[in-house]
Design a protein around this ligand. Sequence first.
Ligand SMILES: Cc1ncc(C[n+]2csc(CCOP(=O)(O)OP(=O)(O)O)c2C)c(N)n1
Ligand SMILES: [Mg+2]
Length: 555
Amino acid sequence: MKSTMVLGDFLVAYLQKIGVTHLFGIPGDLVLRLFMRFGARRGLRVVTLSHEPGVGFAADGYARATGRIGVVCVTYGAGGHNMVNPVAGSFSERVPLLVLSGGPGDEERKLGTLIHHQAKEIESQLRIYRELTCSARLLDDTRTAAETVHDVVQTIWREQRPGYLEVHRDMVERRIPVPREIIEWDGALHFARSDESNVAEAVRETAARWNAARRPLVTVGIETYRYRLRRDLQALAEKMGAPVATTVLSKGAFPEDHPLFTGVLIGGISPPEILRRVDRADLVLNLGAMRTDMELGSRPPRDVRDRSIWAVDGRVHVSFHTYNDVQIRHFVRGLLHARLRRHRERVRYHDNLPRATGSVDGPLTVTALLHEVNSFLADHPRHLVVTESGDMLFAGLDVRVGRTGGYLAQGFYASMGFGVPGALGAQLGSGVRPLVLAGDGAFQMTGPEISHAPRYGIDPIVVVVNNGGWQIFRPVVSRPALLDLPAWPYAELARAWGGMGVRVETAAALRRALADAARCKTFVLIEACVDPDDHSPVTRKYIEASSRHGQRGRR
Ligand SMILES: Cc1ncc(C[n+]2csc(CCOP(=O)(O)OP(=O)(O)O)c2C)c(N)n1
Ligand SMILES: [Mg+2]
């Protein structure tokens, strides 16, 4: 970095300084110069896909899998607005993204005409992004541009949420001063600080409650993953010796082959053994789980508040009082150094999967598919499982991933279309081969982005569960025909796009296809055909529970 730089070059150098390796984008005339700067020799590795939502999900997957900021570059209006849904998902699930958008230059703005790609007002896009990011700024002043970039990026990191920078096309080649502070900075970003006294007090009280408890239980939330606490958390759990559960959104944040791991909580429809254990607990220590309907199901936290300690969003709630300015990192590390009673519970893992029944040569069921995926992962643990919204989001809770693998899903925002592009971004960033479980509906949204895999030399395995439609709703609608989808030739498409494609109708065929996939050097699409009325065990429970809610509502 130099003391004066062209703004476009400064942005490249700045992103490299913080460790960003890839930029995900689609160009347009209002962002072309900026886009080309990023793609210049010695710039960033530019990843383009076919449609902005895919680009956004890919950047999100990159950020989730690498723990770095995912960067996207889009054109103004049509591109920026196409990016809104992925960014909303990143906002609600705490994923650090930087959205860079182009825009019309000063002269054009003064013409008094509407400018192509404009929606309502020329500032509308900035206003939309203000709503969906932790910081949204316009780089319109050369004197302060470098500081503005620094400020937005630091905020993104501190809050682990997306941020937005709009760079008008006449700004890209302007020279800007770079403050010495930024030139000399080592590029390390810092998480939010805590109030040390509050941390000490919260840890002291938590330790006292823990030491008095006889049947405590720990739940691990997504914040522990975002704030990179995996190792500390494992050490803390081992020191505590109590069962550890994750939630829908944090599945994978604690190794599922760890002897203390008991399974995934999804409120009142959790595995019955886990529910009973939660009910028997005299202390539930929640580390970083957001309070959402998806995480907690039909059991809101007030039910257990008198026997719970809840650390999330920079606060620790101990039953009915709260410590402010206590970040999860400092709380977990504080507990790690506290004097804690070690429980010696023998913990068992529980899922929702009934034993596999029926012949492996009979028609494939979702339960049999999950058994096959689990036995594949037992033999090939180093895979990143990515599940799509729809039945597979619930089905995925019964997939067991070990410490050398991983798990990603948009477990709360739950946008269809995340899976395939999210997996592409994750593999580009981490190098770990993804295994995607997607419904046919979700695949029809963004699945064709898999056609880019050969260009980037990556090889995800995508299982498309073909049940002919948006069938998760089938049990609760009066006209199931409204859920129908056209029958795409999924396996043929995969072959035409340069991958391996295979269609399976039995568990035995799925087993063979997965074994072939493990040896295959290209991406693989396995079309797994299941009956439209078949659902995963968790979806079945979910549907039953929500129909009970509906009946209560009607009375
Ligand atoms: C972008 C988006 N649009 C709509 C929905 C609502 N939705 C949730 S699941 C679902 C159907 C999923 O169908 P498919 O992917 O085929 O999975 P299936 O349930 O049939 O296994 C829909 C439409 C959503 N979650 N995201
Ligand atoms: Mg379907």
